[in-house]
Design a protein around this ligand. Structure first.
Ligand code: NAD
Length: 462
């Protein structure tokens, strides 16, 4: 066993012993710890903003809105509803078991491993943690190595405010994840790419560990001829270029009804200029690409497409201008992988069924966006496509409602979180049947004699 493997195994062992004391299970403990987390995040806001700026030039407004506020809102929502979620839920009992009282008890899985992605490195690691804390478990966090300042900040914040037998942080890259995936955790919650998600699922399967996979994919955005183009452009440009396009639910590509294509392109250009000026490189509101590898990947992807707007890059700053691309075919490299950057290919379509057919030829996406005034067309798109989530006449925002479970389907993920779904993701729902000693109904016991006929009659009455 390597030194790394030994220390991670010891860490897990400590957490298992702490969990076994039962301390993490009471409502009071869970609420106190969640409040502590909220206070820590509030206190360290400025450091969080600085860390994200160091990692990839993320604007303070975006860090506050998409990393801090969203996490604090999640904690607040959880604190408000936790007592209800924890209560055993009474369900109808079955005639066959008469008399009995039947319940569903939510119990914590135990020790959960949370592996985070780099693109919203703070909240993608700590938001699942809220679910694990709410469920009454212990947690080991593995933030992304690609955002070292934020990962370091997460480790420091957790160490300062929580005992490590309750919440611990393991920093490092795939080598650390690989070691962690060998250990007998009770639950694995992974956010990242579909390719790594498959490895995580395989490792979890080999130990039969329940797993939630929050993955990516190519989320389509469709605009039909009835859409309000200026409003659609605002919402598309915002969802695409926030975090410089490095958002799992960013509109990956645009499908536009051909009759409104020139007008929408013009509107997209105007909107980019309004949001980020004519010189986005000088805009304080626009982030950078995470590393050189992704900068080069994105620069390569732009080749052989017509740049309708943008296209300027600066390797020294890992800057890629908000870019709209046309003349893109379905065979183009841009359409073969998740773009995950500020490149927006725009493809025309003639009829809505044609657009739906094209979408359904791709893997089921994490999100789907449809801009249209036509209510029947909206329902048609929702009914005839499958995606993790969807917005009508908006992008990205569905993930900010804790009443909506967030997650993918098929290649874009399995399982959900946010709000009650987070509590459920880290809980086992145990079915419990309760009886008293009286009355004792003997019907089910041998000798069966003529009980079969009675049984058949009873089923006829049901
Ligand atoms: P990634 O899969 O490369 O890395 C995610 C995590 O897995 C990191 O902590 C990393 O250290 C670890 N990892 C990497 N390679 C590994 C390996 N071989 N074995 C074990 N662990 C390994 O993903 P990323 O680049 O950090 O994030 C981008 C992807 O995540 C995109 O596809 C994006 O759509 C997706 N994503 C999904 C969501 C969601 O909520 N569904 C949110 C954010 C990002």
């Amino acid at each position: 066993m390597t030194a790394l493997a030994t220390s991670l195994a010891q860490q897990l062992h400590q957490q298992k012993s702490f969990f076994a004391t039962g301390q993490t299970r009471s409502l009071d403990f869970r609420k106190e710890m969640l409040r502590r987390l909220a206070r820590a995040v509030e206190q360290e806001q400025e450091d969080i903003i600085t860390a994200l700026a160091d990692d990839f030039g993320k604007p303070a407004f975006e860090t506050y809105a998409t990393e801090i506020a969203i996490l604090l809102a999640e904690i607040k929502f959880t604190l408000k509803h936790l007592h209800k979620w924890m209560k055993p839920q009474k369900v109808k009992s079955s005639f066959l078991n008469f008399p009995s009282k039947d319940y569903i008890y939510a119990e914590p899985y135990g020790i959960s491993l949370v592996i985070g992605a780099w693109n919203y490195p703070f909240q993608l690691t700590l938001s699942p943690l809220v679910g694990s804390m709410a469920a009454g478990g212990c947690t080991l966090l593995k933030p992304s190595e690609l955002t070292p300042a934020t990962s370091h900040l997460i480790a420091t914040l957790i160490e300062k405010h929580f005992p490590q037998e309750y919440i611990a942080v393991a920093q490092g890259g795939p080598e650390v994840s690989q070691e962690l995936l060998q250990l007998p955790f009770d639950k694995i919650f992974f956010t990242g790419s579909t390719a790594v998600g498959k490895m995580v699922a395989q490792a979890a399967a080999s130990q039969l560990i329940p797993v939630t996979l929050e993955l990516g994919g190519k989320s389509p955005c469709v605009v039909d001829a009835s859409a309000n183009l200026p409003v659609a452009a605002n919402r598309i440009i915002w969802g695409k270029f926030i975090n410089a396009g490095q958002t799992c639910v960013a509109p990956d590509y645009l499908l536009v009804q051909e009759t409104v294509l020139p007008a929408l392109l013009e509107q997209l250009k105007k909107t980019i200029q309004t949001f980020y000026t004519d010189h986005p490189q000088d805009s304080p509101d626009y982030a950078r690409i995470i590393n050189d590898r992704h900068f080069e990947r994105l620069s390569r992807l732009m080749q052989d497409a017509t740049v309708y707007y943008g296209g300027h890059t600066d390797a020294s700053q890992r800057f890629i201008e908000p870019t709209v691309l046309t003349d893109v075919t379905w065979q183009h490299p841009l359409m073969q992988e998740e773009i995950f950057g500020p490149l927006l290919p725009v493809l025309p379509f003639k009829t809505l069924p044609e657009a739906i057919d094209q979408i359904n030829r791709q893997g089921k996406p994490l999100a789907l966006y449809f801009f249209s005034e036509d209510k029947a067309a909206q329902e048609l798109v929702l009914e005839q496509t499958s995606s993790g989530g969807a917005c009508i006449n908006d992008t990205v925002s569905h993930l900010a409602n804790p009443h909506l479970p967030f997650g993918g389907v098929g290649p874009s993920g399995q399982g959900n979180y946010h709000g009650k779904a987070s509590f459920d993701a880290f809980s086992h729902h145990k079915s419990v049947l309760k009886k008293s000693f009286w009355p004792e109904v003997n019907f089910r016991y041998p000798p069966y004699q003529d009980k079969l006929n009675w049984m058949k009659k009873a089923f006829d009455w049901l």
